[in-house]
Write a protein that binds this ligand. Structure first.
Ligand SMILES: Cc1ncc(COP(=O)(O)O)c(C=O)c1O
Length: 488
């Protein structure tokens, strides 16, 4: 019989509770066969003394082991290791040699060169700085407050219903909260029935494409535009028509000419801080787009992913706020407002559209993460998200200005860019160096940046990248710029 004092090593500084350390050590001994079925365990007082811990700690450990089925307590006899241990060992499928190497490939063919295949995502790594694309500084996220809301959910009986299956449209609580928030802040005359919660903007774009498009349908996007949306339309079989984007966004005259020639089914537009060029669509163009959509009966997908981040001017109300005819599918996300890892976004649309996309969603995702949705709703209601936006906007404005000054001072004529009114990235053209080579060299020196290829549509080589400034402190920006200067 092993000495319990020897195999139960308590580390009072460890993150894991002491009673769980006792539990884990005893389970390990049972698994190793050192504590056999039927062996008697010391009484709680005796073990507590041996380990110099409180007796209640041992009582808690024994309760846990009993609840899991490792030990049993027999009245007036003591505590024993169970005869039948709670380890589930599957029956062997076949006697003999197991498969030692998992196959590298399937035996059946997988379609290659699918239309709309996505490039591999860029994954940040902690050893490199990143000025890729533009995303929020995840260190500023009010994680503690979010976790507090999640923790309190378990305790509130009113929210217990959200632990079960729910609606594919999302939890009513967040739908109502968002409808109220969007009514107040963006002038959208909507109710909860017009809101569907998605896992980020991308799901909204995907469901819309799947619902509306069939092979050969005509879709309009900007030249250049957000590649993920274009690929999603291509996956649905759409024919992509690219319309020039100038300093005020998508060219509406060209849209009109296209409408006269072709039956347009859907137009995708990013009204604030167009991706990639960061320009904003002014009210006159928005109104003309609405008129065209009503005349030619196409859907406008208004991807307002960047609505919250304005540094120089005020945002413009969404087209959805003036949509008399039911033309607009308005899409938003918390990926920038809060953090990309919280997969919460939304679609706002007429009710019949919300019902139809919700039904479609059930084929790939029965519903969203209700607990997270409730926690996010609470953060809206108690003002946390509003406060967070105001704070980071001030900080990002400073970061934008600092980064633009660095670009001018240190790279001068070698780049050209316009200071964006908002958003998280600077659309930067490299005037005398090949961006692909620059980005490879930068990566080797510890800086992740885009090579700009995803914006080249075949018609134009922009040799430009979105340089994200928001996620870096001023001193990190300085270091990133040192690397960039070095690579040029
Ligand atoms: C134009 C555009 N829409 C939407 C998103 C966000 O997508 P999601 O909410 O799926 O993270 C991005 C992210 O970069 C974007 O650039």
């Amino acid at each position: 019989m092993p000495s319990f004092k020897d195999f139960i090593q308590i580390d009072k500084g460890a993150d894991i509770a002491i009673y769980l350390q006792v539990v884990n050590a005893i389970i390990q001994q049972i698994r190793r066969g050192q504590l056999r079925s039927g062996s008697k365990l010391p009484g709680s007082r005796e073990l507590a003394e041996a380990l110099t811990v409180h007796r209640k700690t041992i009582v808690a450990a024994y309760d846990e082991l009993m609840a899991q089925g490792w030990i049993e307590m027999i009245p007036r006899k003591g505590t024993f290791v169970m005869q039948d241990l709670p380890e589930i060992k599957p029956k062997k499928l076949k006697q003999g040699e197991p498969v030692l190497l998992y196959p590298e490939k399937t035996i059946f063919a997988i379609p290659e060169n699918r239309p709309g295949a996505f490039p591999d995502p860029v994954i940040p790594d902690s050893t490199r700085l990143i000025i890729n694309d533009g995303f929020p500084d995840t260190r500023l996220v009010p994680n503690e407050l979010l976790l507090r809301e999640l923790r309190s959910l378990g305790r509130q009986t009113a929210f217990r219903k959200y632990h079960m299956y729910g609606r594919p449209e999302g939890t009513d609580y967040l739908r109502e909260t968002l409808a109220g928030f969007l009514r107040e802040t963006r002038g959208l005359p909507i109710s909860a029935a017009n809101v569907m919660i998605t896992r980020g903007a991308q799901m909204g774009i995907y469901l819309t494409a799947q619902l509306l498009l069939k092979p050969g349908d005509q879709v309009i996007v900007g030249e250049s535009s957000y590649f993920a949306a274009t690929l999603t339309f291509q996956q649905a079989g759409a024919h992509i028509n690219r319309v020039p984007v100038d300093e005020f966004g998508i060219d509406i005259d060209v849209v009109e000419q296209l409408c006269e020639k072709k039956r347009i089914r859907l137009l995708y537009v990013i009204p604030h801080h167009h991706h990639p060029t960061t320009v904003t669509l002014p009210p006159e163009r928005r109104i003309r787009l609405l008129e065209l959509a009503a005349t030619y009966k196409f859907a406008i997908v208004e991807d307002d992913y960047d609505y919250d981040f304005h540094y120089t001017s005020n945002p413009v109300q969404p087209m959805a706020s003036l949509d008399h005819h039911g033309s607009v599918i308005y899409i938003g996300t918390l990926s920038k407002t809060l953090v990309p890892a919280v997969r919460v976004g939304f679609i706002v649309a007429p009710e019949n559209f919300v019902r139809a996309v919700a039904n479609l969603r059930m084929a790939i995702d029965r519903q969203g993460d209700s607990m997270m949705e409730i926690a996010i709703a609470e953060l809206y209601r108690n003002g946390t998200i509003g406060r967070h936006i105001r704070k980071v906007v001030n900080l990002y404005r400073e970061r934008r200005d600092h980064f633009c000054a660095l670009l001018t001072d240190r790279l001068g004529e070698r780049v050209s860019f316009k200071i964006p009114d908002g958003g998280m990235a600077i659309w930067t053209k490299f005037t005398d160096s090949d961006l692909r080579q620059v980005s490879v060299k930068a990566y080797q020196k510890g800086l992740i940046m885009s090579d700009g290829q995803r914006y080249n549509t075949g018609q134009t080589n922009y040799n430009s990248a979105r340089l994200g400034f928001a996620s870096l402190t001023l001193s990190e920006q300085g270091k990133a710029m040192d690397i960039l200067v070095n690579c040029l």
